[in-house]
Design a protein around this ligand. Structure first.
Ligand code: ADP
Ligand code: ZN
Ligand code: ZN
Length: 728
């Protein structure tokens, strides 16, 4: 009576338990004693025998689910992910399931209510006093919905539930549970009529994908910014819906979802769920359960939405597939984009990866024939590509980072009632604070980095470990009161722009100014309503947004991006600059202009990016990667370890290296990490590579689980990162 379980612990193995009575099926949750705790575990298999002597095996406490929690395909995907990313299976399940299911809540959809008008209710309508406004409205709503109002309908208006109670008590309305019904897509009058004539390229893309519904095929939709990729998605979504199938759409982490959801809602009269970080656990579970039951037609969300169960999937879309936020950078380090392709294979659906700046991985997959390339080379509608200029700022006077030609250019665009965006990817007032007398610099005690000065709160903040302290009044070294901000951050730029353009409205959009839940949404609306003239944008504004009146984009500090130790730096900078530039001039009749300030105007990246295009540049980058045998031409993994001294992680990683000695992997290191000290811990890393992904897996799979038995492993925190996106 054995079962093998995925128990949420950091140990890289499964656990065997005993049960009495009928066997809980594979994929069901059970509660088990584990040490002194009770944990929720998932049944993996029913093994014949266990390596643990039966006298030592424990009994499970209880079975939670009578049926498997996940559709087979998703169960298989999660198991694959645990193997591929070499992460403890229990933690992987815990990562992929909604919190409440991990806590053992039943996987049952809460009933959804509806209220029907009774005959005495009908009789009461003409007798309502004319000043009982709310009561009249409620009756009105009933009549408009054929005498039955649902929770969903009520959610659209703000009727206080107590009113419903009163109506129920009077016998005017009767409450009942809504019948669970499969959602059917019926194009309805008033919806789906926002008709567009597709461009030839859009039509070709749609026509190439459509015949592949019902089977697996991967596509890369490589379309310049503003070329109408979203319109292509919408056409494909329509196809899936008309086949009564569900759609899963992944979007990057920041700021994009509300706009896309609005566009979907305008177009399709079907239940849509958006998975975002603002949801309560309860809401999240509810969406999960409804999607599993087929009651949601379109699920849109960030990275973790990939693990939403679907009863009847028809299409997977990954928008901005190059975006770094698809890779989880801690704990279970998976790539949602890569797993989405695996999922599409298992589900037998087409998958579309879209981007204006495809990742090298995806372009390589095109070359290998694993993805089919579809291109949109022109902007949709009548918008023209922006004019891009690299401005040499050597020896020019800079006013808080802004050169006079850029300021003049802004004046010109503002005078034509258009908007400008200044891009600076560094929040805070200044990157650090320095003593004018002795040169002391505000460094983080816990990291090898400076602390950022935030003027608004008179605080120093380490963006690496989150430590915050009040700004000292005097220099800690020499007691001088002359502490000056050094360098440029978004707060300081905001101050400067308000001074240069006193009669224009300036909005700074960074992580600090958008902490409140709906603040990003408010900014986006204000920009679209033309209430803002000048935007200061960080990464958050770089992609996806469509601001019709934005005509000038200025990038003030490009040089910081050009020099970095990471081999992906060129790719990332090319993507960022192309995306930022792509915000300019997206409407008919508005000429877009992009000004890139640099002290290195001859840097090959800048020269190539703007004299050629992203395509040519990416071809060069791929050639360099092949030459250097770097990803995507080789498979890479990084072991990372940290502890209070550097010696401990180095010892552990050397032990790991010993284990790999017999293998045919290339092993580099261990080295101290490029940023050796972070949050008070000393960090080191070991890099391994093999030209064949399979081989890397074959070697690591048996070794990784044994590493936790190394004595040196007890003194460190360690992790393994398969297909790392950052080599830091
Ligand atoms: P992308 O996602 O490629 O950046 P969008 O799908 O947001 O581009 O499209 C950019 C703009 O062009 C949007 O305002 C969109 O409504 C418009 N657009 C897209 N396709 C067409 C078309 N076929 N005809 C006219 N306008 C279009
Ligand atoms: Zn000093
Ligand atoms: Zn720090």
């Amino acid at each position: 009576m054995l079962i093998r379980l995925a128990v949420p612990t950091p140990l890289r193995r499964s656990f065997d338990y005993l049960y009495k009575g009928t066997a809980p099926a594979v994929g069901c949750r059970v509660v088990v004693p584990f040490g002194r705790q009770k944990l929720t575990a998932v049944v993996l298999s029913h093994p014949e025998s266990s390596q643990v002597p039966s006298s030592k095996l424990k009994y499970i406490d209880k079975v939670i689910d009578s049926e498997p929690l996940l559709p087979d395909v998703l169960f298989k995907l999660i198991r694959f992910a645990a193997d591929y990313y070499q992460h403890p299976i229990g933690e992987v399940f815990a990562n992929c399931l909604p919190t409440l299911l991990n806590k053992g809540e039943p996987a049952r959809l809460e009933p959804e209510w509806q209220w029907s008008l009774t005959t005495s209710g009908e009789d009461a309508i003409p007798k309502i006093r004319s000043n009982a406004v709310k009561q009249k409205q409620l009756f009105q709503l009933c009549l408009e919905h054929n005498g039955v109002i649902t929770e969903q309908v009520l959610g659209l208006y703000d009727f206080i539930p107590s009113y419903l109670k009163t109506f129920e008590e009077k016998g005017w309305l009767v409450r009942s549970e809504q019948k669970p019904s499969q959602v059917v897509y019926e194009p309805e009058a008033g919806y789906d009529t926002e008709s567009v004539t597709l461009t030839n390229e859009q039509e070709d893309a749609v026509d190439s994908i459509k015949p592949n519904f019902g089977s697996f095929k991967g596509f890369l939709l490589d379309g310049v910014t503003g070329s109408g990729k979203t319109e292509v998605y919408l056409q494909l979504i329509r196809e899936a819906l008309s086949r009564q199938q569900q759609v899963l759409m992944l979007v990057p982490e920041i700021g994009l979802t509300p706009q896309t959801v609005k566009r979907l809602e305008r177009r399709f009269n079907v239940p849509i769920a958006m998975l975002h970080s603002g949801l309560t656990d309860k809401q999240r579970l509810n969406i999960w359960l409804k999607a599993r039951a087929g009651k949601i037609s379109i699920v849109i969300g960030t990275r973790s939405a990939l693990f939403t169960p679907l009863a009847n999937p028809g299409l997977i879309i990954v928008d901005e597939e190059h975006d770094l936020s698809y890779k989880q950078q801690e704990g279970f380090r998976y790539s949602a984009r890569d797993l989405a392709i695996v999922r599409a294979q298992y589900e037998q659906t087409p998958i579309v990866l879209g981007s204006a700046t495809p990742s090298m991985e995806s372009l390589h997959n095109v070359e290998q024939g694993k993805l089919s390339l579809l291109r949109l080379t022109k902007r949709a509608g009548e918008a023209k590509p922006p004019h891009i200029k690299v401005l040499d700022v050597r020896q020019r006077h800079l006013n808080q980072g802004l050169s006079q030609p850029l300021i003049d250019n802004m004046r010109k665009h503002l005078a034509q009632n258009q908007q400008c965006m200044i891009f600076l990817n560094r929040r805070g007032f200044a990157p650090t604070l320095m003593c004018h007398e002795c040169g002391w610099i505000a460094d983080c005690q816990r990291c090898d980095r400076h602390m950022t000065y935030h003027q608004r709160f008179k605080r120093l903040h380490c963006h690496h470990c989150d430590k915050q302290v009040f700004m000292p009044k005097r220099c800690p070294e020499c007691q001088s009161p002359q502490l000056n901000p050094v360098g440029l951050g978004t707060e300081r730029l905001e101050e400067a722009l308000k001074e240069i353009f006193p009669d224009k409205s300036v909005a700074r959009i960074d992580r600090d100014s958008t902490r409140r839940k709906d603040s990003m949404q408010k900014f986006v609306e204000a920009i679209k309503n033309d209430e803002i003239d000048i935007l200061i944008g960080t990464q958050m504004l770089a992609k996806g947004h469509h601001f019709p009146k934005l005509s000038l984009v200025g990038v003030v500090d490009t040089d910081g991006c050009l020099f970095s130790a990471d081999f992906r730096a060129t790719e990332r900078t090319a993507q960022l600059l192309t995306q930022v530039a792509g915000r300019a001039g997206r409407s008919k009749g508005i000429k877009g202009e992009v000004v890139i300030q640099s002290h290195h105007p001859d840097h090959p990246l800048l020269v190539n990016l703007f004299t050629q295009d992203y395509q040519t540049l990416s071809r060069n980058i791929l050639a360099e990667r092949q030459e250097a045998q770097l990803p995507p031409f080789t498979a890479m993994a990084i072991f990372r370890a940290e502890a209070s001294t550097l010696e401990m992680p180095m010892t552990f990683l050397n032990d790991v290296k010993q284990q790999l000695k017999q293998s045919d992997l290339s092993v580099y290191g261990p080295f101290p990490a490029p940023m050796p000290k972070r949050a008070g811990k000393m960090r080191a890393q070991l890099m391994v590579q093999h030209s064949l992904r399979k081989r890397l897996q074959q070697v690591l799979s048996p070794i990784t689980p044994t590493l936790e038995q190394l004595p040196s492993s007890r003194k460190v925190r360690w992790s393994i990162d398969i297909d790392p996106q950052e080599v830091f």
